[in-house]
Design a protein around this ligand. Structure first.
Ligand code: EPU
Length: 333
């Protein structure tokens, strides 16, 4: 196991923020991961686990050991797939869809690894990881214990889980309960109109195709244009408060959600005329108001200044505190 010191993470996060890891390694097996975790334990180093870096904001240099989970492997057992954390999420969607298993088609083209998917409980087009998650395996970093978590134990919520709040666990494997029977979710109007326009029936393949088309049209590809997808969560307001707001802003975009109404953060930001708003090299995407882009060499200072302006304007006009969606490192920043 090669563990390196003082490693740049600039090419290991899709926002391309420049930050360094005190220690860094890549683990291709559970044994290597345990070895690295033990290295950290012996030196009292904090461990930060990394996938493809597509949903993190590096606010500064990271003290401790950054472990990139690169464990490969997909095993199918009837309708259940057991997947190692280092696998690419979209490749998994493609392979399950083409082998006739339903459940992941709406989650096509989401960047990142399988191991990172439960942390945020990734979701899109009416489906969340939690809809198919059966269980997952994780290593408890302070004790090196390996534990299987049931779905309930993962405490999944909208873009949230136990693992987002508690970084003592490093996810090594994920098991998903898929289905050979079509239970496709086509509630999102864009999917229906794509299928109609292309005269496609409802199948895993056609929905994945529709979602890929919609995403590619709306969201800049993080591998070409540095970004982390949605930068803010969609705020959930108590129904009464949302209704009062809708009286003042009749076009307010809102949907039913657990605990009230989910508003569109993109709409709120767009109303502020912030598309194209820039601080240094960071800019609010002209394509989608919820996406912040690094045009090259942008600094943490520029990013957080821009984020501050967006939050302040939305708060001032709508009284809503936007919450940042990706994980911010170092903790407590
Ligand atoms: N809208 C605007 N301006 C824009 C973009 C959108 O006003 O520039 C309004 C439109 O009215 C649109 C509404 O916002 O109907 C919602 O936009 P969209 O369908 O793009 O979805 P979203 O709420 O912005 C969420 C997820 C996405 C996911 C899509 C599709 C969050 C924070 N984001 O975005 O997830 O792909 O729904 O289900 O929940 C991500 O998490 O990184 C992500 C991309």
């Amino acid at each position: 196991m090669n563990i390196h010191q003082n490693v740049s993470l600039a090419d290991k996060n899709t926002l391309r923020l420049d930050a360094r890891a005190e220690w860094y390694c890549e683990a291709f097996t559970v044994e290597a991961l345990l070895e690295a975790a033990e290295f950290a334990l012996n030196r009292k180093l904090k461990v930060i686990s990394l996938g493809e870096g597509s949903n993190i904001v590096l606010a500064g240099n990271l003290a401790g050991l950054v472990i990139k989970n690169r464990i490969p492997g997909v095993n199918r057992d009837a309708e259940v797939v057991h997947v190692a954390g280092g696998e690419n999420w979209h490749s998994l969607v493609r392979s399950t869809v083409s082998s006739g298993l339903f459940g992941l088609e709406n989650l096509a083209l989401i960047p990142g690894t399988v191991g990172a998917a439960p942390v945020q409980n990734i979701g899109a087009y009416g489906v969340e990881l939690g809809d198919t998650l059966l269980s997952l395996k994780a290593i408890h970093l302070p004790t090196l214990e390996q534990k299987t978590f049931s779905k309930a134990e993962c405490e999944l919520a909208y873009r949230d889980s136990l693992f987002k709040r508690n970084d003592e666990w490093l996810i090594t494997h994920v098991s998903l309960a898929l289905s050979k029977v079509s239970e496709c979710v086509t509630t999102y109007p864009g999917i229906v109109s794509y299928l109609k326009e292309h005269r496609l029936g409802i199948s895993g393949e056609s929905i994945a195709k529709a979602v890929t088309h919609i995403r590619a049209g709306k969201l800049p590809d993080p591998l070409r244009i540095p970004n982390v997808g949605s930068f803010f969560k969609n705020p959930v307001l108590e129904t009464e408060r949302a209704e009062a707001l809708a009286k003042v802003f009749p076009d307010l975009v809102q949907h039913e959600a657990t605990g009230g109404k989910k508003l569109s953060a993109a709409w709120l930001i767009d109303q502020m005329g912030l598309k194209g708003f820039r601080v240094g090299q960071f800019v609010v995407s002209n394509q989608h108001a919820l996406v912040i882009i690094n045009e090259g060499g942008g600094t943490q200072g520029e990013l957080f200044e821009l984020v501050g302006v967006v939050k302040q304007k939305v708060k001032y006009t709508f009284g809503i505190d936007l919450e940042i969606e990706p994980r911010i490192y170092p903790d407590g920043f």
